[in-house]
Design a binder for this molecule. Structure first.
Ligand SMILES: Nc1ncnc2c1ncn2[C@@H]1O[C@H](COP(=O)(O)OP(=O)(O)OP(=O)(O)O)[C@@H](O)[C@H]1O
Length: 593
C-alpha cells in the first residue's frame, strides 16, 4: 500500500499516461502520439503531419499542473502539448516528436515556462527541428514576481501567466498569423504578465507524504508550482490581506516587473493550485478585483477564476495580472475548443461599468402591511415578549449542544436555530406588535423566513403560518385557541415534512406536547400555565426518547443507523428547550403581575 493520503491512483508509475488516456478518450478532438510511456504528446486530431496550414503552437513541461498543458490543446489554443513525468521536463525526443507531428510549412512556436530543464530540452528540440528544415521560434515566459531582481542566470519562474500566452498565441495562429506575428504577440503578452502564488498546504506526490515544511496555521508566500519552498512563511491572515500583499508584490515599483498606472486595463486570473474550493477562489477573486479597482485604480476588463495551472493537490492560489489592450482582449475572447480554457467561470466579453447588484424585488403594496412594536405593552404583550425572549435566548445558549447532536446529520442544526433566534431578538426590539398575538406569530414566521434557512427553518415557517391562520381574526384569543393553533402548526409540519411520530424528528417533541395541551386545557384538567409547563415536560420526554430511534427524516436518515445510537434528535431537543423556556417565562411574568 502506498504512503500518503488516499488518491484515485491505480499505479504510481502510470499516473501521467492514464490521465492523458482519460483526456483523449473524453475529448474526441484530441489524440495522443504512440510511444507511451516515454513519449507523452497530445495533439489536435484534425492536424496531420507535415501539412498543417497554420502556425503550430506547442507548449509543455512537467505533469502535475493539470489542466496545463494537455488541457489547452484544441483549435484556437495549443496544437500539441508535450508532457513530462510529474514536475519533470519532457525529454528532447518527445518534444521533437510533437514538433514533427504538427508543424507544417508556416512553422511552429514553442511556448516554454522558464525552468532550466524546460529551456534546455525545448531548446535542443528546436535546434534539431530547424536542422530538419522546419521553421521554429521559441518564447520563454517568466512571470513570477515573488522574488526581487536581480534573478541571475536562472531568471524568473514561469507560472500560471503562461496560460494567457497560450491563449493569445493560439488565437493569432488560428486567425492565420505568420510565425513572426504569432511570436510577436506572444512575446508582448509575456512581457506584460505578473504572477504570485500562496500555498496554504503543500502538495503530495502520488504515493508520498507531504513535506513537513509548513506547520498548521502557516502559509507560504511566493511559491513555485513544484512544491519547492516559497519566498517566505507567514501565519495565516485574512484573505483580503493575503491578496493585497500578492498584488502589491506583483505591482511593486521597486521590482519593476509589471508597471501599471491608474486607468490601465488588466485581465485577472485567480488560479486554484489543485486543493482549493471554488468558493475560496471566488472570495479571493472578490477581494482581488475590488482592490485592483479601488486601491490601484486599474480597470479589470476580464477575470478568469478556476484551476488553470495547478500543483497537484496543493491548497492555495496564484494571482496573475496581464496588462491588456483591445488587441489582447480580442485574443482572449476568441473561440477555442481547448477543454482547460472552457472553465465555467471564465468570462468573455466586456464587463459592464455599472454596479452588479440589483435591488430586492418588493412584494406588491397590498401585501406589505407595516407593523411595529407598540409604545405600551398590555398584559398580553408583556407575556408575549417574555416568552419570545426566553425561547430565543435558550436557542442561542444551546447552539453548540444542538450542533453536537446534529453530528449524525450535518452538524448545523444549532447554528440554524441560533441564527433565527438572533433575528427574532433583533425584530423584537422594533417590529413585533406584541399586544396583537396573532400578528406577532405571523411576524415571527417572517423573521424565520428571512434568517433561518435549512429544513427546520422551512418547518418552523410552516408551523407559524398554520398557527397564524388559526389565530387570525379571533377577537379574544382563549387558551383553547392557542392549543388548536399549536396543533394546527404541528399537523402542517406532519403534512409537508411527511414524517410521523417515531421517525426521530421534532415531531417526537411536538406531538406529545399537543396531546398534553389538549388533555389539560381542552378537557379542563388544569390551568393554562400548568398545562404549558406540563406540555414542555412531555416534549422533553418525547425528545429524549429519540435517542433510541432510527432517523427516517432529515439528513440524519442518510447515515448509518449505528452512528445515531444514543444521541437525541437535535430538532426535538430544541422544541423541548424553547417550550420549557417560554412556559417558565410565562409563569414567572404572570406571577409578577
Ligand atoms: N421531515 C421532517 N419532519 C419534521 N422534522 C424534520 C424533518 N426533517 C428534519 N426535521 C427536523 O429538522 C432537524 C434538522 O434541522 P436542520 O435545519 O439542521 O435540517 P437538515 O436536514 O440538516 O437540513 P439543512 O442542511 O438544510 O439545514 C432534525 O433534527 C429534525 O428534528
Amino acid at each position: 500500500m502506498a504512503e500518503g493520503p488516499a488518491k484515485l491512483i491505480n499505479n504510481t508509475e502510470d499516473v501521467v499516461t492514464e490521465a492523458l488516456d482519460g483526456l483523449v478518450h473524453c475529448y474526441p478532438h484530441l489524440v495522443r502520439l504512440d510511444g507511451f510511456p516515454e513519449v507523452k504528446v497530445v495533439l489536435r486530431r484534425d492536424v496531420q503531419q507535415g501539412c498543417f496550414r497554420k502556425v503550430a503552437v506547442i507548449s509543455g513541461g512537467g505533469s502535475g499542473h493539470e489542466p496545463a498543458h494537455a488541457g489547452y490543446v484544441g483549435q484556437g489554443m495549443l496544437t500539441a502539448a508535450v508532457c513530462g513525468n510529474i514536475f519533470s521536463s519532457p525529454p528532447v525526443n518527445s518534444i521533437l516528436a510533437a514538433i514533427r507531428a504538427v508543424t507544417g510549412p508556416p512553422g511552429c512556436l514553442l511556448i516554454v515556462k522558464n525552468y532550466t530543464g524546460d529551456r534546455l530540452n525545448f531548446g535542443l528540440a528546436a535546434e534539431a527541428a530547424k536542422a530538419e528544415g522546419l521553421k521554429i521560434e521559441m518564447v520563454i515566459v517568466e512571470d513570477d514576481c515573488a522574488l526581487p531582481p536581480p534573478r541571475g542566470i536562472v531568471g524568473r519562474r514561469g507560472l500560471a501567466g503562461t496560460v494567457f500566452v497560450h491563449k493569445i498565441a493560439g488565437a493569432v495562429a488560428e486567425e492565420g498569423g505568420t510565425l513572426e506575428e504569432v511570436k510577436a504577440e506572444a512575446e508582448k503578452a509575456a512581457l506584460n504578465i505578473g504572477t504570485m502564488g500562496v500555498a496554504l498546504s503543500l502538495c503530495t506526490w502520488p504515493g508520498l507524504k507531504a513535506s513537513a515544511r509548513m506547520r498548521a496555521g502557516q502559509i507560504e508566500l511566493g511559491l513555485g508550482i513544484h512544491g519547492e519552498p516559497g519566498a517566505m512563511l507567514s501565519n495565516m491572515q485574512p484573505v483580503e490581506d493575503i491578496v493585497s500583499h500578492m498584488l502589491e508584490t506583483i505591482l511593486s515599483k521597486s521590482s519593476g516587473y509589471l508597471t501599471l498606472k491608474g486607468g490601465d486595463k488588466v485581465a485577472l486570473m485567480v488560479n486554484g493550485l489543485g486543493g482549493t474550493s471554488q468558493l475560496e477562489l471566488l472570495i479571493a477573486a472578490w477581494n482581488a478585483s475590488t482592490l485592483l479597482e479601488v486601491k490601484w485604480g486599474l480597470r479589470m476588463e476580464r477575470a478568469y477564476v478556476g484551476c488553470f495551472m495547478t500543483s497537484l493537490n496543493m491548497a492555495g492560489i496564484s494571482l496573475t495580472l496581464m496588462k491588456v489592450d483591445d488587441c489582447i482582449l480580442k485574443r482572449l475572447d476568441a473561440q477555442t475548443h481547448a477543454p482547460g480554457w472552457q472553465n465555467p467561470l471564465s468570462f468573455s466579453g466586456s464587463r459592464p461599468s455599472t454596479g452588479n447588484i440589483r435591488p430586492l424585488p418588493q412584494p406588491p403594496q397590498e401585501h406589505e402591511e407595516s407593523v411595529s412594536r407598540p409604545q405600551e405593552l398590555t398584559k398580553l404583550g408583556t407575556v408575549m415578549e417574555a416568552a419570545i425572549t426566553a425561547a430565543a435566548n435558550v436557542l442561542i445558549d444551546m447552539q453548540q449542544d444542538f450542533n453536537k447532536w446534529d453530528e449524525v446529520g450535518d452538524a448545523d442544526c444549532g447554528s440554524t436555530l441560533a441564527r433565527a433566534a438572533r433575528g427574532i431578538l433583533e425584530d423584537l426590539k422594533t417590529r413585533y406588535p406584541l399586544n396583537d398575538a396573532a400578528t406577532t406569530i405571523r411576524e415571527l414566521g417572517r423573521t424565520i423566513g428571512i434568517h433561518m434557512g435549512g429544513t427546520s427553518g422551512a418547518l418552523y415557517d410552516i408551523f407559524l403560518r398554520a398557527a397564524y391562520a388559526h389565530l387570525k381574526g379571533v377577537p379574544h384569543i382563549k387558551p383553547s385557541d392557542w392549543v388548536h393553533a399549536f396543533e394546527a402548526g404541528t399537523e402542517a409540519i406532519k403534512k409537508y415534512g411527511r414524517a410521523k411520530r417515531g421517525d426521530r424528528s421534532m415531531l417526537d417533541a411536538l406531538l406529545p406536547a399537543v396531546d398534553t395541551l389538549k388533555e389539560h386545557v381542552v378537557r379542563g384538567r388544569s390551568n393554562p400555565v400548568t398545562a404549558f409547563l406540563e406540555a414542555a415536560k412531555a416534549a422533553r420526554f418525547g425528545a429524549e426518547s429519540t435517542k433510541h430511534m432510527d432517523a427516517q427524516a432529515g439528513r440524519a436518515s442518510y447515515v448509518n443507523k449505528a452512528v445515531s445510537q444514543g444521541q437525541p434528535d437535535p430538532g426535538a431537543m430544541a422544541v423541548a428547550a424553547w417550550l420549557k423556556a417560554a412556559a417558565t417565562a410565562v409563569e414567572r411574568t404572570l406571577s409578577a403581575m
